[in-house]
Write a protein that binds this ligand. Structure first.
Ligand SMILES: Cc1ncc(C[n+]2csc(CCOP(=O)(O)OP(=O)(O)O)c2C)c(N)n1
Ligand SMILES: [Mg+2]
Length: 278
């Protein structure tokens, strides 16, 4: 697949993906709005700029891999996969309906999806496994794993962090959607994680911090990460939960609900204005 270099085109893509996320969620009548909107630029940077992965070559294992460890944010991933042609866009409107391939949490079997996820804390362990397997097979691939900041309260994340460092898995690149909120409040109030960047450094990772909505910063960070030898890399991406819709941004109550019809209309108006301002 041709990668997109033009930042304006990528920003337009981010607006279109946000439109799809909100429309999907409104039709479903339930789902996770805030955490889907916060990861849009991270997905755009990976899928349209960085990863060696597309719908034609997906069946081949010698390619990059992406794990959405914070599985509840799958509407964002579904919108990207549909846009890339893994399945028809109309299927997006079946989100969370009985029998759909687009479950409320990702279920293995959907084209373009690497693994099932949703039980938080497991993605980085899977990434370690993929990276070890690809190393044994002599494949020069990268494995990307996107986690939530609240998710990293899970002990399994740190077990996997040690594993990746111990085996010098330099093909593993983690990304934290650092939106400072989780299911029922601010991460620092639910369970403070202290000096977060230092923790990753001390676990033996090459760590960077970026604005997770800035496509240039994300792209540079992914390029820098790829140059690192002998260490896994972590990108702490500072984001805004609910990014792009004023009345959703930074609102904990928008964690696990979907927009109503009138809210969708307002949100789409805001996105139209954002597009005009590009
Ligand atoms: C093992 C496990 N425990 C609890 C949950 C319920 N849960 C779903 S989302 C969420 C909050 C996650 O916070 P964060 O990782 O910051 O993601 P964000 O809400 O910012 O998208 C929780 C606790 C879960 N899905 N899995
Ligand atoms: Mg969070």
């Amino acid at each position: 697949m041709e990668k997109i270099k033009d930042i304006k085109q990528l920003k337009k893509k981010a607006i279109d993906i946000r439109r799809d996320i909100l429309t999907m969620l409104e039709k479903a009548g339930s789902g996770h709005t805030g955490g889907s909107l916060s990861i849009v630029e991270i997905l755009i940077s990976l899928y349209y700029q960085k990863m060696n992965l597309d719908c034609k070559t997906f069946v081949c294992r010698e390619r990059d891999k992406f794990i959405l460890s914070k599985g509840h944010a799958c509407p964002a991933l579904y919108a990207v996969l549909a846009d890339l042609g893994f399945f028809k866009k109309e299927e997006l409107w079946t989100l969370r309906k009985l029998g759909t391939r687009l479950q409320g949490h990702p279920q293995f079997g959907l084209p373009g999806l690497e693994v099932s996820s949703g039980s938080l804390g497991q993605g980085l362990s899977i990434a370690a496994g993929f990276a070890l397997a690809d190393r044994m097979d002599g494949h020069k691939t990268r494995v990307y794993c996107l986690m939530g900041d609240g998710e990293t309260n899970e002990g399994q994340v740190w077990e996997a962090a040690s594993t990746c460092a111990h085996y010098k898995l330099d093909s593993v690149c983690g990304i934290i959607d650092f939106n400072k909120l989780q299911i029922d409040g601010f991460c620092c109030e639910v369970k403070d994680q202290g000096e977060y960047r230092k923790k990753w450094d001390n676990f033996g990772w090459f760590t960077q911090e970026v604005d997770g909505h800035d496509l240039s910063q994300l792209s540079n960070a992914f390029d820098e990460a790829e140059k690192v030898k002998g260490k896994p890399q972590m990108i702490i991406a500072h984001t805004v939960k609910g990014k792009g819709v004023s009345f959703v941004e930074n609102k904990v109550e928008w964690h696990g609900i979907s927009p109503k019809k009138d809210e969708l209309a307002l949100a789409l108006q805001e996105l139209d204005l954002a597009e005009k301002a590009l």
